[in-house]
Design a protein around this ligand. Sequence first.
Ligand code: ADP
Length: 271
Amino acid sequence: MNDVGQKTKEGRDTLTVVKPVSFVVSGGNGNHPDHSVPTLLVDDLSFSYPDGQVALRDVSLQISQGEKVALVGPNGAGKSTLMLHLNGILGGQGQIQVAGLPVTKPNLPTIRAKVGLVFQNPDDQLFSPTVFDDVAFGPLHMGLPEDEVRTRVARALKQVGMSNYADRLSHHLSVGEKKRAAIATVLSMDPEILILDEPSAGLDPRARRALITQLHELPLTMLVSTHDIRMVNEIFPRTVIMDEGQIVADGPTDQLMNDVGLLEAHGLERP
Ligand code: ADP
């Protein structure tokens, strides 16, 4: 269990974020609003697993407030590894900032409240008896007063279309409901950015549709890894393609999805 809010079974706190902070806000790809401080800044991030497997090579990425960005690429491209860096579960060489705050060990409790990371398997995030308890977990551990916790839980459940589920048993939910409940567990923290790892994987068409509708309607900054290219086309204006630990393309989704050569080169299907 980690310090605050971010519930995860992977409790690694290793962090060796190194370089001094230097903002370079200009030079984005021009397809998003110009805010002076990006919601997410990743600069020259590299990481190898302890067995020597290189997973990230010089990854740089900026996401502005309100942007919804899809992260696609073949298995093993480094998508999950990148996501695990964004709230300091893994720590590589390079720098990461969330809303201007560097991801460093002393900042981890604050960072984990700002970065709502949802794992592919919702069972990694739901372990309380009821949905209410799961969604209240983060705010309670932040020390918020009971009224505020209740308000946040109600709002988060509403945001995922589960207002009537507070008293349901988490482990009895369907996979689609579990996925949305897992998202609610981080929404209750009022995050700056929502990071989702393959949210639509394993869902039947109706559950997938419900999830897409919720993600589309959520007014939040998002980075979402997925193999669901149709979902990407539908709700993500910007796409980042990773392969072999590198970002190989970053731009407007409609442009990238029409580049057959690019898609084929990185094992992606045309929608
Ligand atoms: P993706 O999420 O795009 O499928 P990952 O981030 O899971 O990619 O993996 C990136 C690379 O890191 C792959 O080569 C993968 O085999 C390797 N990898 C992932 N997890 C570990 C681990 N715990 N130990 C060693 N290598 C790993």
